[in-house]
Design a protein around this ligand. Structure first.
Ligand code: NDP
Length: 399
């Protein structure tokens, strides 16, 4: 029987948006199955889609840490592709399940070890030959960053520049959710990212900084000047390989003073620890416990107001003339909520996840092996962004 439909794994904030958007593109995807560990979360999303769009999606319960369960589910559903919107800890197992069942794979975040911060692609890239042998694609990082930022860089390389020397990825979330401290996507992954050492790539080497050591003031279109901190972000690893002639690539993200002082305090008292500790005879991981206490990012939609502005400042040469552009998207949290009942960070991740899936499903992006998003033709993705809810603009910047 030929493969049909999409299987989405995970039912958090990002998955909610991707599932709603897949339903809006049901003519492409034909059939949608949403599977996660907590079936009640799938049920809520299913019922909303049924009420609003009159589209029935299937749901299932799966523990994506268990390869046998996953393979059984994939074989039963027989989808054309699996969209992994669970957590980065599950990436390798879901990839292996896709290899065993010859089904395309997409995710939005690189594999992470549960008890060690790495943020690197090595283990996923190592599956390239197995994906080729299974005649399937593994599309890594089809969210916003990584994801759309890679597409913006590829678009610039393919259309705007003969050579690119400098890239700064700028991520501003100017939203306010009313909480003293809350993360806009999975707390464990968010806090690992922000509290780790910073790192950027220059002239072929990695330069490491202390966490949040480098701060600049940057003027974001449609938002204004905001303090932005240099972080290591996983797309730096693939873009430094895939953008030819690059001299430097960095990543900056905005944080409020309140976010930083809460995070520092939590770190100082050991609440960001990712190793098991003994608490009154019970083994707990402090970061997991903290994650339980913090607001669920999927629940922040209604309260969050303000905008996001994420994009790439790209500098290089075209026909011998130096030029600099900012390619970006601005998203309004409340507009995202109206459409999907999710806040802007889930929205800006879930929409590109659906677009990546659409391009593989329709074979507009074809190949075998494991790829980062910037390795594909960008224009077609850029066209989809315009019509699927994430329109982009290009600003010419002074040199
Ligand atoms: P959430 O924590 O809201 O949702 C994660 C979902 O995965 C939950 O439904 C959870 O189920 C499910 N899950 C966790 N473990 C398993 C498992 N073993 N088996 C099955 N399901 C499981 O996260 P977000 O929606 O905020 O983020 C989803 C992904 O998107 C993350 O990998 C995150 O890093 C990534 N991301 C990427 C961005 C980008 O721009 N590229 C930006 C933001 C996020 P349960 O409810 O039972 O715990």
């Amino acid at each position: 029987m030929s493969k049909k439909g999409i299987l989405i794994i995970g039912a958090g904030g990002v998955s909610r948006v991707a599932t709603v958007k897949c339903a809006m593109n049901i003519n492409t995807f034909e059939k949608i199955t949403l599977a996660s560990r907590t079936i009640s979360k799938c049920e809520i999303i299913k019922n909303e889609i049924k009420n609003n769009q009159k589209i029935n999606i299937d749901i299932a319960c799966v523990d994506a840490n268990n390869i046998d369960e996953l393979v059984k589910l994939i074989k039963k559903i027989n989808p054309k592709l699996v969209l992994n919107l669970a957590l980065p800890y599950q990436d390798l197992i879901i990839m292996d399940a896709c290899i065993k069942t010859n089904v395309h794979y997409i995710d939005t975040a690189n594999y992470e070890h549960k008890d060690e911060v790495k943020f690197e692609y090595k283990e996923q890239w190592a599956k390239n030959q197995a994906f080729k042998d299974a005649k399937i694609i593994g599309l890594l990082g089809s969210g916003f960053d990584p994801g759309v930022t890679g597409v913006f860089c590829a678009y610039a390389q393919q259309n705007l520049f003969d050579s690119i020397e400098y890239i700064d990825i700028m991520d501003c979330n100017d939203g306010n959710n009313g909480y003293a401290f809350a993360t806009n996507f999975n707390p464990e992954i968010n806090l690992r990212e922000v509290s780790s050492n910073g790192k950027y790539w220059e002239n072929g080497s990695w330069i490491e900084t202390k966490p949040l050591e480098i701060k600049i003031e940057h003027d974001y279109p449609e938002i204004g000047i905001r303090s932005s901190y240099l972080l290591y972000h996983e797309e730096l690893e693939s873009l430094s390989k895939n953008i030819k002639g690059l001299k430097r690539i960095r990543f900056f993200m905005t944080f409020s003073d309140s976010y930083i002082s809460h995070m520092n305090c939590l770190q100082n008292v050991g609440m960001l620890g990712i190793k098991e500790i003994n608490h009154k005879g019970q083994k707990i991981i402090p970061m997991e416990f903290l994650s339980t206490l913090l607001p669920d990012p999927a629940s922040l939609g209604e309260k969050t107001i303000g905008k996001t502005n994420i994009g790439c400042i790209i500098e290089g040469f075209k026909e011998g003339i130096r030029k600099k552009v900012y390619i970006y998207n601005t998203c309004d949290h409340q507009e995202c909520y109206k459409e999907t009942k999710a806040q802007g960070v889930s929205y800006t991740t879930g929409v590109p996840a659906m677009i990546g899936a659409k391009l593989l499903y329709t074979q507009k992006w074809k190949n075998t092996g494991v790829f980062n998003i910037e390795e594909f033709e960008a224009n077609i993705f850029m066209d989809e962004l315009m019509t699927q809810g994430l329109p982009w603009k290009i600003l010419q910047l002074p040199i």
